[in-house]
Write a protein that binds this ligand. Structure first.
Ligand SMILES: Cc1cc2nc3c(=O)[nH]c(=O)nc-3n(C[C@H](O)[C@H](O)[C@H](O)COP(=O)(O)OP(=O)(O)OC[C@H]3O[C@@H](n4cnc5c(N)ncnc54)[C@H](O)[C@@H]3O)c2cc1C
Length: 381
């Protein structure tokens, strides 16, 4: 199978690259093992200070609504974190004192939403809180096995019965100006969070739950849908295992499922993520890139890889594949000229491209521009 570009990894970086290349008329395939960092996404795009028109357009065409405001967002345990660009249903407040009185609503039997921690955090900001539970028969163990009281199962049900939940919340509301609900709305029907906001006579804030993240899964699904609508080939549940590389050029990729059918391309993008997603791996002696054995930037002394203080920044988060100025990675000191490394696989080796979601998006755009520029160059020659 031959494509213009083959992309390994279907997280944020891989999907942004795939969508952008398809939009430019290139044929691409995305090899995706499945779960990515988006399944843990807070909904806030780290290090994207301003939403560039390119970012806004790509997300809006995929049906993902963003908003931008510098301020703070509420974290699942009641603390606040600075934020600027976020999904539409993630609130950003100018200050943590966003309410006078808040009603925190949870569902009976749902333990992955930390209402009492939220109340504790908000009360530190001078916000009075009341916690109430609602009991919906559709969420009872007979309807949904207790072990399944997880965000995805609840969100699927809530897409159907959100109006019933709203009626219950209306009855509970007294003099509160704000209602806080778990982020379990709008998994498949993206309009649900804003319809809930319109239906209640108080400000509605959706607060994070234990992973997986419903806004993150929705983002992943919408990016994939947009990519496929543009004609992209999405190889779900497959894994890039090896590459044929000769004289600094990648010729094809071997995957777990396609057996002896290699994926050939003019260019290749490696967007397999960092240590969290197994785009990088470690053993007692080294940190390595498992698909191609690319050169990785990391400290030789293993004792310095992590900080024993769990809450501190961990050095291993900075390690990543070494690249030249055009994001071509190095293999035994030599750059691979039709391969691009993007996203969290880069660690903090390219700080000028940002961090977190910002790095994923900026590096994807940078690789796409370079691929288009070199294709144009080849055409002119
Ligand atoms: C738990 C967690 C939460 C985060 N939350 C946020 C947040 O809220 N905001 C923010 O800005 N940043 C966040 N980040 C930072 C995150 O790195 C970026 O936001 C971004 O989503 C990373 O995208 P990526 O595509 O580079 O990597 P990933 O999301 O890791 O995607 C890589 C994908 O490639 C797949 N893969 C790996 N090996 C192979 C292979 N051999 N073949 C095929 N596929 C393969 C992986 O399974 C994965 O699906 C978070 C990071 C983590 C670890």
């Amino acid at each position: 199978m031959k494509f213009d570009s083959v992309i390994m990894g279907g997280g944020l970086a891989g999907m942004v690259a795939g969508i952008s290349l398809q939009q430019e008329g290139k044929s691409t395939a995305v090899i995706s093992t499945g779960q990515s960092c988006l399944h843990f996404f807070s909904g806030s795009f780290e290090s994207l200070a301003e939403p560039s028109p390119r970012v806004a357009e790509l997300f809006s065409q995929a049906g993902i609504r963003l908003h931008y405001q510098k301020g703070v967002r509420l974290m699942p345990l009641g603390s606040f974190q600075e934020s600027a660009l976020a999904l539409e249903d993630i609130d950003i407040f100018p200050t943590p004192q966003f309410s006078r009185r808040t009603l925190i609503v949870n569902f009976m039997g749902y333990h992955d939403f930390f209402s009492s921690f939220l109340a504790e955090g908000l009360e530190k900001q001078g916000i009075q809180c009341r916690i109430r539970f609602i009991n919906l028969p559709e969420l009872e163990p007979t309807e949904m096995a207790r072990g399944e009281m997880r965000p995805v199962q609840i969100a699927r049900t809530m897409d159907r019965i959100w109006e019933k939940a709203v009626q219950e919340i209306r009855l509970l509301l007294k003099d509160e100006d704000t209602v806080i609900l778990p982020q379990v709305f709008g998994l498949q029907d993206i309009s649900v969070p804003s319809r809930i906001r319109q239906a209640l006579p108080a400000r509605v804030v959706f607060a994070g739950t234990m992973p997986p993240s419903i806004p993150g899964i929705r983002t992943q699904m919408l990016l994939k849908k947009r990519y496929q609508l543009l004609g992209g080939t999405f190889l779900m549940g497959d894994e890039a295992v090896r590459a044929h590389i000769h004289d600094g050029v990648v010729h094809s990729i071997v995957t777990k499922n396609l057996d002896s059918h290699y994926l050939e391309g003019d260019s290749f993008i490696l967007a397999t993520g960092g240590l969290f997603s197994k785009g990088l791996k470690s053993n007692p002696f080294q940190i390595f890139e498992p698909v191609m054995g690319l050169d990785v930037e990391y400290a030789e002394d293993r004792n310095t890889w992590y900080n024993p203080s769990f809450a501190e920044k961990q050095p291993y988060m900075d390690y990543g594949v070494k690249t030249d100025e055009n994001l071509h990675p190095f293999l035994e000191g030599r750059s691979v000229t039709n391969l691009y490394a993007i996203g969290s696989l880069l660690g903090n080796t390219r700080p000028e491209l940002g961090s977190g979601a910002g790095l994923a998006i900026n590096s994807a755009f940078a690789a796409v521009d370079e691929i288009l520029r070199s294709a144009q160059h080849d055409k002119e020659d």
